[in-house]
Design a protein around this ligand. Structure first.
Ligand SMILES: *Cc1c(COP(=O)(O)O)cnc(C)c1O
Length: 400
């Protein structure tokens, strides 16, 4: 471990292989994966059809360059545009890069309108990535501390609060866009109401602002429809994707429609790796397999199974503040920090995660079966009850 930069505290387990929603460590112990690599492994581990497509692509072509036409890139662009209702797409390698593209697009849109200091409205508890611009857009002071000076040009308002957006609209002539996660992931599985999304869309129309949705974590079928905004029957002007898109192969995307789709011209933005044949073939395979195996329907149904099992186990239990989420993006907020749950879950052969200090996050693969979904709650329940049985100590948040 000493050869690695000290950026993260790792749990004491090393996985060697996986199959479906199951992982094995180097001692042969088997784990149920309720985490999917932070909502990344859409198809679970070692999905046979996905594996075959990746193997064939690796044997044929991995990388050329965006100086040339790329067939796999054209195919995934057509596909992602058709399922999203957007018009065009830029492909990169991660969520933060997708958001960097969106932020640059919004600023250029502003300059094209004659606004010299364009500003973007962002939310409290938002997470948009770790690059300097996306860290500045992120609403987490702990993540930002020490990296000042931050990038300027962001105006922060509370999440799910229309009144404060209207107030900014009345007072700030420099705003060009709103950037928001329909469901905040890292911030604690906070669900934006459908009315909130629709009203933001209306305000953006009135103000000529770009409505930019970060669906890096919540998108790609996890909540039932391909994208969360489809529950609300609105379309964004800019949409960012990553995590679940490549099923574990790194890929991100920034999509646009209407005026936003015309902002970038050759030379405005670029990438070396983005849009390479391997990542594009992976993403295309993920979307086709999700469709063929009806995994969006499964995500919706299995999400209900898990939330109902949690409600049955913890409904009315003192210390459980709220069980929330949509489809297979589920959070259970406790009244105390609970980071120790992750290590305790490993002991009982379960992978879950804790975010925002006190929210148990369950974001399994979309292929999970009903018995596997129930098993997550069966393994998790005694651990949560044990934490809640202890006297609650008032501490500062557990993680720096
Ligand atoms: C994870 C995440 C990001 C950043 O993605 P990276 O691939 O880690 O750069 C951005 N936005 C949201 C909503 C995320 O969950």
């Amino acid at each position: 471990m000493t050869s690695l930069m000290n950026t993260v505290t790792r749990l004491p387990v090393r996985f060697t292989h996986g199959e479906g929603v199951w992982l094995w460590d180097d001692k042969g112990k088997k784990y149920l994966d309720g985490f999917a690599g932070i909502a990344v492994n859409t198809l679970g581990h070692s999905h046979p059809r996905f594996t075959k497509i990746l193997q064939d692509q690796v044997a044929r072509l991995i990388h050329v360059s965006n100086y040339f036409q790329i067939g796999e890139l054209e195919k995934i662009a057509d596909k992602v545009v058709s399922i999203s209702g957007m018009e065009n797409a830029f492909f990169c390698n991660s969520g933060c890069e997708a958001n960097e593209a969106a932020i640059k697009l919004a600023r250029l849109y502003g300059h094209q309108k004659g606004i010299d200091n364009p500003a973007i409205i962002v939310m409290e508890n938002a997470f948009h990535g770790r690059t300097l611009a996306t860290l500045s857009a992120t609403g987490n002071r702990k993540a930002q501390a020490g990296f000042e000076p931050l990038v300027t040009g962001f105006v922060r308002v509370p999440f799910n609060d229309i009144a404060s957006v209207r107030q900014v609209a009345a007072n700030n002539r420099n705003v060009v866009a709103v950037l928001v996660e329909p469901i905040q992931g890292e911030g604690g599985i906070n669900v934006g109401t459908m009315e909130y999304l629709r009203t933001l869309r209306d305000i953006c129309n009135q103000q000529n602002w770009l409505f930019m949705l970060d669906e890096v974590q919540c998108g790609i079928g996890r909540t039932g429809p391909w994208f969360v905004y489809q529950h609300a029957n609105v379309l964004p002007d800019v949409l960012t994707l990553a995590k679940g898109l490549g099923g574990g192969v790194p890929i991100g995307a920034c999509l646009a429609r209407g005026v936003a789709a015309q902002v970038f011209k050759p030379g405005n933005h670029g990438t070396t790796f983005g849009g390479n044949p391997l990542a594009c073939a992976a993403a295309l395979a993920v979307l086709e397999i999700v469709e063929d195996e009806k995994l969006r329907e499964n995500a919706d149904a299995m999400g209900k199974v898990i939330r109902e099992a949690l409600a049955k186990e913890f409904g009315g239990v003192k210390g459980v503040v709220e069980i929330r989420g949509h489809g297979l993006m589920i959070g259970m907020e406790l009244d105390r920090p609970c980071y120790e749950l992750m290590a305790q879950a490993l002991d009982v052969g379960l992978l879950i995660n804790v975010t925002a200090d006190n929210v148990v996050r369950i974001v399994p693969s979309l292929i999970i079966t009903e018995s596997e979904a129930r098993e997550i709650v069966t393994r998790l329940a005694p651990l949560v009850h044990a934490i809640l049985a202890k006297p609650r100590v008032e501490t500062k948040s557990a993680k720096g």
